[in-house]
Design a protein around this ligand. Structure first.
Ligand code: HEC
Ligand code: HEC
Length: 246
């Protein structure tokens, strides 16, 4: 069973205590959570040690929230880390022996979690930068062929099923580092990789401005929309394949 390989690998990597049949696990932020022994919640304690209780985001302002993101989006990312299309060695090690089916169950578990969002940190960006960020997010910049972020991430910017993530409740540094990874080829999605194209059309100042504005917006409940009112302005392989091909 995939479950056994996950347990044995994680136990070896992280210490058997994290994965023993105990029903009590503690997240890095100290909040105790009680899960039935051997449930997904108990088994994923290694993940929530970094990603916060239920995946609500880590305490360091970087480890991203994974709770409530579209299941296919999460599944794609888990495969990408496992297969080297995204880079973060401590996570890659945890995922490398897991089957697609098991990654799908992990993705489904986190997609179903809806803990409240943390308050966003105040931005040091200037008013002009925040205004520029808002324009990029809601209108885009036709002179650089950058579509509005909202055209794909949803008018409320909370993501769209099945595989586009929300952009609110995400820290500034995490957003800008993802743009860096697309620009230098360290993060790749299924072709055509629309975000890599968009990242390469944007200036460093524009990336910083949109990251600053997005990180200031209250996410509300942050639930992804069921669909978009219009076709995507660029083709995105990840949204089309819904977790199938790579
Ligand atoms: C040592 C800390 C750590 C551990 C343990 C860890 N992660 Fe992560 N995770 C991260 C960091 C940091 C990133 C962002 C990496 C980057 O910059 O792309 C990340 C990214 C992710 C993403 C992509 C999020 C997004 O919005 O694109 C998913 C999904 C994820 N992790 C799931 C998991 C799961 C499931 C586990 C347990 C099997 C796990 N992580 C264990 C630190 C960790
Ligand atoms: C043509 C559609 C499209 C447009 C326009 C678009 N995105 Fe995306 N974005 C996507 C897709 C699809 C993904 C998921 C990629 C993947 O699976 O790795 C994504 C992922 C992201 C992520 C990763 C989130 C995470 O949790 O790691 C960020 C950040 C992001 N987009 C920011 C933006 C910003 C900022 C803009 C506007 C400047 C924008 N996007 C415009 C389609 C789009």
């Amino acid at each position: 069973m995939p479950r056994l390989s996950f347990r044995s690998f994680a136990a070896a990597a992280l210490g058997a205590s994290l994965f023993c049949a105990s029903s009590l696990t503690a997240a890095a932020d100290g909040e105790p959570q009680v899960y039935p022994p051997d449930s997904m919640g108990a088994r994923l304690a290694a993940c929530t040690a970094c990603h916060g209780a239920q995946g609500k985001a880590g305490p360091d302002g970087y480890y991203p929230r994974i709770a409530g993101k579209p299941a296919d989006y999460l599944y794609n990312q888990l495969r990408h880390f496992r297969d080297g299309r995204r880079q973060y060695p401590p996570m890659q090690g945890l995922l490398e022996n897991l089957s697609d089916d098991y990654l799908k169950s992990i993705a489904g578990w986190f997609a179903d979690q809806h803990p409240p969002y943390e308050a966003s940190a105040r931005s040091r960006a200037s008013a002009a930068a925040l205004e520029r960020g808002k324009t990029l997010a809601m209108t885009g910049d036709p002179s650089r062929k950058v579509p509005a972020c909202a055209a794909c991430h949803g008018s409320a910017l909370t993501g769209v099923l099945p595989a586009i993530p929300g952009l609110l409740g995400v820290p500034h540094d995490y957003i800008s580092s993802q743009f860096g990874a697309w620009t230098n080829g360290l993060r790749k999605a299924s072709a055509p990789d629309c975000m890599a194209d968009i990242a390469r059309r944007m200036t460093p100042d524009d990336i910083s401005a949109v990251a600053a504005w997005l990180s200031q917006q209250p996410p509300g409940e942050g639930l992804p929309a069921a669909s978009l009112p219009a076709p995507l302005p660029l083709e995105c392989g990840s949204q089309a394949t819904t977790g199938g091909a790579s």
